[in-house]
Every structure is written in C-alpha cells, then in structure tokens.
Design a protein around this ligand. Structure first.
Ligand code: HEC
Length: 151
C-alpha cells in the first residue's frame, strides 16, 4: 500500500509583499486608464489641446536649416539668414523680393510656387512645404518672423 505524503502547503501562501505589489500595479494602472478614458490626458500622438503658435527653434531644428545655413545661420552652403529682414541677398531671389516684399521668404522656404520651384534656382534647398518636410504655413511664418529678429 502506498502512503501519500500530505502536500506541504504551509509556506505556499502568496507573500504579503507580492499582494501589495499587485495591488499597487492595479491601482496605478486603473488611475492611468481611468484618467485617459475620461479625457484628462491628451491622446497619444496627438497635439496637446492648448498648442500655441509653432516654436521657430523647433521648426528650424526639425527642418535642418543649420546644415546648410550654418549653426548660427550666418551662412555656409546657403547664404547668411541674418539679412532676411532687409530682403533677399541672393541674386536669384532679387525679383522675388521685389514682387513680394512682405512674404518673399515664406514663398521661398515653402518652395512650391512655380516662381521658386526651379531646381537651378533652389540650388539644393528643399521645398519645405512639400513632403517629406510638409511645414505648415504657420510653421514657416514663425521661422520667418524669427529670422527677421536676427541682428
Ligand atoms: C540643402 C541645403 C539647404 C537647406 C537644408 C536649407 N537651405 Fe535655405 N538656401 C540654400 C541655398 C543654396 C540658398 C541660395 C539659393 C539661391 O541663391 O538661389 C538658400 C537660400 C535661402 C534663403 C534666401 C536667402 C537670401 O537672402 O537670398 C532663405 C530665407 C533660406 N534659404 C531659408 C532656409 C530655411 C528657413 C531653411 C530651413 C527650413 C533652409 N533655408 C534650409 C540651401 C539650403
């Protein structure tokens, strides 16, 4: 006859710390999802609800203007951008500056207008309103406003 040893269950209880940990995870997770579901947090990936005007420095960094115009935008492959407030310095852009004294820089940076889309004229500068950059008119306007403040 086989004698079965009784199962030792005395020390198989879930330890107190594990119960506490589980409870903490459940409470934290519930709080996280609860606040999300009730709309207190912005949807993941979406813009914050109270987004202000685009930040010019962020747009310039995102678009990589410094790669060509220099780390302080005083010129490298592309011209010095500290003179944007006085009109274009590039000979190719003189006519554009005459035709559009207020927004020539916006048109140029966007680059999609037929007047500025010729590759020979752009000399490698991307059309930033087009993919892959797709800067919005507001983003371009914030960059131009910033460039006009440069001494
Ligand atoms: C791949 C290099 C390159 C990048 C990146 C680039 N540019 Fe340019 N940019 C140029 C070149 C080259 C010219 C001169 C074009 C010409 O003379 O026809 C120019 C000209 C300009 C001008 C006209 C300057 C003048 O006075 O004539 C402005 C304004 C300007 N760029 C702004 C920007 C801004 C803002 C960005 C980023 C959003 C940017 N560029 C990114 C190469 C670049």
């Amino acid at each position: 006859m086989t004698v079965h040893t009784p199962i030792q269950s005395a020390n198989r209880r879930i330890p107190g710390w594990a119960m506490g940990f589980t409870l903490a995870v459940v409470v934290a997770g519930g709080a996280y999802f609860g606040t999300n579901l009730s709309g207190h947090n912005p949807p993941i990936g979406g813009p914050p609800p109270s987004a202000g005007p685009p930040d010019a420095h962020m747009v310039i960094a995102k678009a990589g203007c410094m790669a060509c115009h220099g780390p302080d935008l005083t010129g490298q492959v592309g011209p010095n951008l500290h003179h944007v407030k006085d009109g274009p310095t590039s000979a190719n852009l003189k006519q554009l500056g005459t035709d559009h004294p207020d927004d020539w820089a916006n048109i140029w940076i966007a680059g999609t207008d037929p007047a500025v889309s010729d590759p020979a004229m752009r000399m490698g500068m991307p059309a930033f309103a087009a993919p892959p950059y797709k800067l919005t008119p507001e983003e371009i306007a914030s960059v131009v406003a910033y460039l006009k403040t440069l001494p």
